[in-house]
Design a protein around this ligand. Structure first.
Ligand code: GLN
Length: 192
């Protein structure tokens, strides 16, 4: 059974852990570099990407996170977690940094200008899933090595992507009863 960490700086840590367990993984909280070394994969929850960036710096986790991801650690970022995995962001605050890893441009609070939060059914990697969006980003553009796994209305925007061992969604599957996205990630970790 793979051990998957949930970055526990802020956000829906408990909900992600529950979904990971349901999907067949052992879930542990990650707050320190030593805990990061001990996991086979990592979930970066939603929350607020500016706060998460600052907390990651305070906890001396930003560089270890960058290093582990560069070495190929499988990671799944949801909402603010998607922002953290983006190589480039739009509408960030001055100086806002990410962990990076996925060759994409993510626009913060993009749906938020139209609808602060909404739910919709969409196709994720060929499966119908129920998705909850909360002041969600969308993916503005992707590089050649990035697979688009899902799009959503309004605007048929890109909301789910994968590049090798890295997965990201604009939405929060941990707030639904639908374990498909977590199962997809746990399978990724098993295969990698
Ligand atoms: N708007 C938040 C940000 O910029 C993301 C919202 C969320 O994670 N639900 O980080």
């Amino acid at each position: 059974m793979p051990t998957i960490g949930v970055l526990a700086l802020q956000g829906d840590v408990r909900e992600h852990a529950r979904m990971l367990q349901e999907a067949g993984a052992t879930a542990v909280a990650v707050r320190r570099p030593a805990e990061l070394d001990a996991v086979d994969g990592l979930v970066i929850p939603g929350g607020e990407s500016t706060t998460m960036w600052k907390l990651a710096e305070t906890f001396d986790l930003l560089d270890p996170l960058r290093m582990r991801i560069k070495e190929g650690l499988p990671a799944y970022g949801s909402c603010a977690g998607m922002i953290m995995l983006a190589d480039r962001i739009e509408d960030g605050v001055a100086g806002q940094q990410t962990i990076g890893g996925i060759d994409m441009v993510v626009r913060r609070n993009a749906f938020g200008r139209q609808v602060d939060s909404f739910e919709s059914d969409l196709t994720f990697a060929g499966q119908r899933v129920h998705a909850v969006f909360i002041r969600a980003p969308w993916v503005e553009s992707v590089g050649a090595d990035v697979d688009v796994l899902g799009r959503a209305e309004p605007g048929d925007r890109i909301v789910a992507v994968r590049q090798g061992p890295l997965l990201a969604t604009s939405f929060h599957p941990e707030l639904t009863g639908d374990v498909s996205v977590h199962r997809y990630f746990v399978d990724m970790v098993r295969e990698l």
